[in-house]
Design a binder for this molecule. Structure first.
Ligand SMILES: Cc1cc2nc3c(=O)[nH]c(=O)nc-3n(C[C@H](O)[C@H](O)[C@H](O)COP(=O)(O)OP(=O)(O)OC[C@H]3O[C@@H](n4cnc5c(N)ncnc54)[C@H](O)[C@@H]3O)c2cc1C
Length: 562
């Protein structure tokens, strides 16, 4: 019998001669996970979409899930990473072009994401559950390939930031939100669809953007919406083929935000020059560049000197997308691990049935479902920002969720990879890509410690965010003794925040696990009890598989993709 359970063709084995021998039969190797529906096979996703207000989108999400899980579509993710982007700074006759060339698979992923509205649907079609439906779609698309998600996210996230400057928004938003992918390196006026990047990080200061040295000089009177020329550099500019970038630079009255196009309105190239592409350990399909601004034209977005509060509108949304992306990576990893272990035998039994492995797989599934459940809960909050509770939950919950979910992803990817054994390390498996991708979300858009400081800032500036947080977790009061005790201890330790920084990791970890526990309990997830036991009650350091007293088999069954 082969791995599919089919009878082997006997004539394939004999007779053979000394030189043309059939050396062996390939047995006990899994059939790879492909041609399955990423939506229908994901119980936690389906439950979440229904629960958080996007039930109306279930049919179209199911249709997209079928397409995204097809072998041909999954292959696009592999191809886009096996063939990294290349930069041509000049054409063959020496003219500056700043052209990034991508494999057709990358373009296909971009086209699909944009045609599916992942870059814009909640803005163009706002309704109950719009953010949740978009998050679900992006979660499936990210399981196929994460790198192209960067320009998709930035384009999506630029919208609230640009709305701060209505004149620019009027000119730019129709093409930014259009469901048209137009990858041409041409002036915005000639194109049918536009993508947007962001350029904050400089060499001398990444997290600390106030250390930026790039200068912005007014061309005329200056002020919001007015043209400036920017001189300086940016050390990280991802997706440099975007049509324009939101850039932070020092104007006469302080750090300000600018919209800097690739081409000037007169059809000449704007001197935002790409110096080189970064060589990255992960996120390979996405081009990330170093650039210099040599008098590049940009228009001021928002008030002069208010660059950080203006661009924060964008950063808040990119952080939410980091939660989606890391949740997606975990889902793909655990689906691959379970699928493998359901087919692979060792020592006479399927791996999935061997108690230590069952516990490891269950634990990975718990982590992935907790990540998704919190993400979709925040998605619902984004859909209801007119409600003060939901708005405050977006503020604090996104900071906590971005910090924690992204930080959990690398260890999760590693453990899932190990479930697959040696083949999990091989480049023809999706696991190395998931593993190398995992740290990136934790670093950009606010690295771990910076997120912790942001959590403190949110609580200090608006103490009601902590009250909202506590109301959110206490809504699950009485459902889990472990959670109740955890929250009591946390409240006591949060009473005095004077030495928060030295205790920040401990406090933020506990804030995060309590929020996930409450989200799982309130969602009625079958993972809730196991999450509380393993994350809130655990003895010593928690390692994957250190589960006791939970129905690990049932958990694995729920998380299996087929
Ligand atoms: C693949 C990739 C793509 C990127 N794309 C873009 C892009 O398109 N646009 C863009 O603007 N940036 C981009 N970045 C840059 C990214 O946002 C920065 O790397 C990030 O903000 C951290 O800045 P830094 O690298 O200068 O590190 P630093 O700011 O030097 O931080 C180093 C470490 O110190 C910690 N730290 C910082 N301050 C404190 C503190 N006060 N207390 C304790 N710890 C602290 C941080 O958490 C971090 O762990 C990208 C990065 C990567 C990896």
């Amino acid at each position: 019998m082969n791995a599919h359970g089919e009878a082997e063709d006997e004539s394939a084995h004999a007779p053979f001669d000394r030189y043309g021998a059939v050396t062996h039969e390939v047995i006990n190797q899994p059939v790879e996970l492909a041609d399955f529906n990423l939506y229908d096979s994901d119980a936690a996703l389906k439950d979440g979409v229904q629960r958080e207000g996007a039930e109306w989108a279930a049919n179209s999400l199911g249709a997209f899930g079928g397409r995204a899980g097809s072998a041909a579509y999954l292959e696009l993710g592999a191809l886009a990473n096996r063939n990294p982007p290349e930069l041509d700074t000049h054409d063959r006759y020496g003219r500056r072009v700043d052209l990034v060339r991508f494999h057709p698979a990358y373009h296909e992923l971009m086209r699909t994401a944009i045609e599916e509205g992942i870059h814009s649907s909640p803005w163009t079609e706002p309704r109950e559950g719009a953010h949740v439906a978009r998050a679900a779609r992006f979660y499936m698309q990210s399981q196929v390939e994460a790198g192209h998600g960067c320009p998709i996210t930035m384009t999506f996230a630029a919208v609230p930031c640009l709305k701060v400057q209505p004149d620019l928004a009027r000119d730019w938003l129709p093409k930014i939100t259009a469901r048209v992918y137009d990858p041409r390196n041409a002036p915005a006026g000639e194109k049918h669809g536009l993508t947007i990047g962001m350029a904050m990080t400089e060499k001398q200061g990444g997290s600390d953007v106030r250390a930026n040295t790039t200068r912005a000089v007014p061309v005329g009177a200056g002020g919001p919406g007015q043209p400036y020329e920017l001189i300086g550099h940016k050390f990280f500019v991802s997706a440099p083929m975007c049509d324009a970038f939101l850039v932070l630079a020092q104007a006469p009255d302080g750090l300000s935000c600018f919209l800097v196009p690739r081409w000037r309105p007169d059809g000449t190239k704007n001197p935002l020059q790409v110096i080189r592409l970064k060589r990255k350990m992960g996120n390979v399909s996405n081009a990330s560049s170093e650039t210099e601004l040599r008098g590049a034209l940009g228009w001021m977005v928002g008030p002069e000197g208010r660059g950080v509060p203006t661009i924060i509108e964008m950063v808040a949304m990119t952080r939410f997308d980091c939660m989606i992306g890391s949740s997606a990576g975990m889902r793909r990893a655990v689906a691959e691990a379970i699928d493998h272990c359901r087919q692979r035998k060792a020592f006479g039994a399927l791996l999935v049935d061997q108690p230590i492995m069952t516990a490891v797989l269950a634990d990975l599934a718990i982590e992935a479902e907790a990540a998704l459940t919190l993400t979709l809960r925040i998605g619902r909050a984004l859909d209801h920002r007119e409600d003060a509770h939901e708005d405050a939950l977006v503020r604090l919950g996104t900071a906590i969720g971005k910090y924690w979910i992204c930080k959990r992803a690398p260890g999760h990817a590693y453990e899932a990879l190990e479930c697959i054994g040696g083949s999990g390390v091989m480049e023809d498996s999706p696991m190395p890509r998931l593993y190398r991708e995992a740290p990136v979300n934790a670093i950009w858009e606010g690295s771990g410690n910076v997120q912790c400081l942001d959590i403190l800032r949110a609580i200090r500036r608006s103490p009601q965010t902590l009250e909202v947080y506590l109301a959110e977790v206490q809504a699950a009061k009485g459902e889990s003794a472990a959670l109740d005790a955890h929250v009591t201890g946390l409240k006591a330790d949060m009473r005095d925040l004077t030495d928060f920084e030295s205790r920040a990791r401990d406090l933020c970890d506990r804030l995060a696990t309590a929020l996930q526990a409450a989200a799982l309990i309130r969602a009625g997830s079958p993972m809730a009890d196991a999450f509380c036991r393993s994350r809130l009650e655990s003895r010593g350091a928690h390692n994957y598989g250190a589960l006791t007293g939970v129905d690990a088999r049932a958990i694995v069954k729920r998380a299996a993709a087929r």
